[in-house]
Design a protein around this ligand. Structure first.
Ligand code: IVH
Length: 686
């Protein structure tokens, strides 16, 4: 297929899909896709159409402002059309926009920075309000920008919209525009109510606001607390005694004077430097309402007028959108990736695409069931989402865009790493490689062991781990501790310094506490939190190895699944071997025991020990005395304060009796420290 033939087909597909999406959104308030997905496909269509202008048809979604409004309400023409905004998805696109703006205004950068007003882009529904002699006469939706739906009854229910302007000498006619929106709290309340009533919930606050405004029964509208931020004022030409507003900023002030609420975070910004600061300041913020970006508007109205409009957009304003959470992109290939537990995950390799601040080129397809559900083909356009996970996921497939040569995909039957036949247990979603020696598993285990929450070994990344397994024949995590800098130096990108540093980092990790080691072992179902809980109940590997699954399951917050998983892991001979190998290396490090400070009750006193004591060895008794400040000497003299006597005492007992030195049994000795516990002297050792 030639480039143009391909483009023609793609343009037609995109046009059809976007048109469908647009009608679903505008006419039925039932969006088919996320805005970010729409935006990106729209952009692709725009680009193709500008490369091949002969492909533009008058009904392309790029050739009109919106779809016709639904018919329930009366359609009314707007006295002044409502424009939509061009989008910029990053600061570079914002700079391009300013460059064009400067060109249109015939300004050179030497003439100084332009002033902009930055406002939050509120994700609601635009309203056009008309006031006649100070009274709210009409409220209308945006519709297609030229004509909207007359919804005055509903608009009157919005408390932040004044029914009468708050001035004594109102203009004969005033046009105000702004955004009707729902607070997130109110949106959630409405959805809760709908769920209990068995109605489907709204997808987001914007749909909820739009749907509410187009309710035929204004009592329902009143019960849902819509709000309104005003952002555009059309000052009647030649009206008023004083000076009309000269800037967007003054318009916002005047709107407040008229009694409208305006967004309090709006700000005048000098040049794009301050604009980008504003954007950075708010892009990660949480507001009580939905906001999907920042609207940047040229402040001077006279300059706005000079800049004018394109067919669709004002040249003097742009929406700088926050990074998208969902985007469409093409699946180039699908790989089966084997993880540390042997789980085989299909991973899509994508045309790289920016998503929520990073460039994404891989996305998880989860498992065989998911593959079948999505009916994934190589070559498909997938919608990819980032949802807190490190690796994004494919949420859906745009089947409308499936090319004729797309190839269906299913998981392989054999492990792509070691060719062992894969297994899938009844009732389990996961397909696994059962080979305990599978190199992919080992790589995953090593990486998990080195990860931040486990042994936290810096410098042990994916590529290096692969080399350790392949070239240095590392078999277990314990093998890491025998690596030498010389061995590492033979590997790719490892110099002498980095090799030494890594060996040092590996050795340092031996000091990590038991809970991290436990997490690092990668026992199924044992995450960071569970590892902590387990480690606090079973303070050593031996203690945990002895615990039964029931014993573990009983611990608050754990349960049977974890109990069984842990007990099964410790029952495995290979795992026990690994624990032994680690223990030989001093892993986990013996806990720095919390010993209550021992009072130095025996300070300055001299002891002699003779005979065999009932519970303490000679050495233990010595430690016990010394840790309390006493001294133990070998022979009895006049300086001796006490002689501790056990069974079969010899000459020292006689000497003590001769010198009249007090004799102590072991129990009497221990009683010298009133804080000591009898019967368990080991606990009191310092
Ligand atoms: S100004 C010619 N300011 O965003 C001026 N629009 O994507 C056009 N919106 O249809 C609008 N917050 O519904 C403007 N502070 C704001 C806005 C805002 C939200 C909406 C509005 C508009 C859409 C364009």
């Amino acid at each position: 297929m030639s480039g143009e033939q391909w483009a023609k087909q793609r343009v037609q597909e995109l046009q059809a899909l976007l048109q469908k999406a647009s009608i679903a959104y505008h006419v039925y308030d039932a969006p088919m896709m996320e805005d970010s997905v729409y935006d990106r496909l729209y952009r692709e269509l725009q680009e193709l159409e500008s490369a091949y202008p002969q492909l533009i048809t008058p009904d392309s979604p790029t050739q009109r402002v919106g779809e016709k409004p639904a018919t329930q309400f009366q359609t009314v023409p707007h006295r002044i059309p409502l424009y939509s905004l061009e989008n910029a998805f990053n600061l570079e696109e914002l700079r391009d926009w300013q460059e064009r703006l400067l060109r249109v205004l015939g300004r050179s950068p030497e003439q100084g920075e332009l002033d902009y007003v930055c406002e939050l882009k509120i994700d609601g529904s635009a309203l056009a309000l008309t006031y006649v002699n100070g009274l709210l006469e009409r409220g209308a939706t945006r519709g297609d920008g030229q004509a909207g739906e007359e919804i005055t009854q509903n608009v009157r229910t919005i408390r932040s919209i004044p029914l009468r302007l708050a001035v004594t000498d109102p203009p004969p006619v005033l046009e105000v525009r702004g955004e009707a929106y729902l607070s997130i709290a109110e949106f959630e309340r409405i959805n809760q109510e709908r769920r209990s009533a068995g109605d489907p919930p709204f997808a987001n606050p914007r749909n909820c606001a739009a749907g509410t405004l187009r309710q035929l029964d204004s009592r329902i509208v009143a019960a849902r607390k819509l709000s309104f931020f005003a952002y555009t004022l059309h000052w009647p030409e030649g009206w008023g005694a004083g000076d009309p507003p000269q800037t967007q900023w003054e318009c916002l002030q005047q709107l407040k004077i008229f009694g409208f609420s305006t967004n309090p975070l709006s700000q005048v910004c000098r040049g794009l430097g301050e604009v980008s600061q504003f954007y950075e300041q708010w892009r990660a913020a949480k507001f009580p309402y939905a906001s999907d970006g920042v609207v940047v508007k040229l402040n001077r109205l006279r300059l706005q007028e000079e800049a004018g409009f394109t067919q669709k957009f004002p040249r003097w304003a742009i929406a700088l959108k926050y990074p998208a959470e969902e985007v469409p992109t093409r699946i180039r290939a699908i790989l089966a990736s084997v993880g540390r537990t042997g789980a085989v995950t299909p991973v899509a390799e994508l045309d790289p695409v920016p998503l929520a601040g990073t460039t994404v080129s891989r996305a998880s397809l989860h498992n065989a069931d998911r593959l079948r559900e999505l009916d994934v083909h190589i070559g498909d356009t997938a919608i990819v989402r980032k949802a807190g996970e490190i690796i994004p996921e494919v949420v859906s497939i745009l089947k409308e865009l499936r090319p004729a040569d797309a190839v269906p995909y299913a998981l392989p039957r054999h492990c792509p790493e070691c060719s062992t036949p894969l297994t899938r247990l009844e009732g389990e979603a996961v397909t696994r490689c059962p080979n305990p020696q599978c190199p992919a598993k080992l790589r995953g285990q090593l990486q998990h062991w080195a990860s931040r929450d486990a042994l936290d070994i810096e410098g042990l990344g994916e590529k290096l781990v692969a080399q350790l397994v392949e070239k240095l024949r590392i078999h277990t995590v314990a093998d890491l501790y025998y690596l030498t800098p010389e061995q590492l130096q033979g590997l790719e990108r490892m110099g002498s310094r980095s090799s030494q540093k890594l060996v040092q980092a590996i050795q340092n990790s031996r000091q990590q506490p038991w809970e991290r080691v436990l997490y690092g072992l990668g026992i199924p179902h044992v995450g960071v939190v569970t590892a902590k809980t387990l480690a606090s109940h079973f303070p050593s590997p031996d203690r945990l190895a002895q615990a039964s699954s029931e014993e573990i399951a009983q611990i608050y917050g754990l349960g049977a699944e974890i109990g069984e998983a842990v007990a099964a892991w410790f029952a495995d001979a290979e795992h026990r071997q690994l624990l032994q190998a680690l223990q030989a290396l001093g892993i986990p490090a013996a806990p720095a025991q919390e010993v209550p400070a021992v009072a130095r009750v025996l300070a300055g006193q001299k002891f002699v020990i003779t005979g065999t004591l009932p519970t303490l060895s000679r050495a233990e008794a010595k430690t016990w005395i010394e840790s309390r400040g006493g001294k133990v000497t070998a022979s009895v003299s006049r300086q001796t304060d006490y002689v501790v006597v056990g069974a079969e005492a010899g000459s020292k007992l006689e000497q003590a009796q001769q010198l009249g030195i007090p004799l102590l049994t072991e129990a009497e000795l221990l009683a010298l420290d009133p804080t000591a516990e009898f019967g368990d002297p080991h606990h009191r050792q310092g």
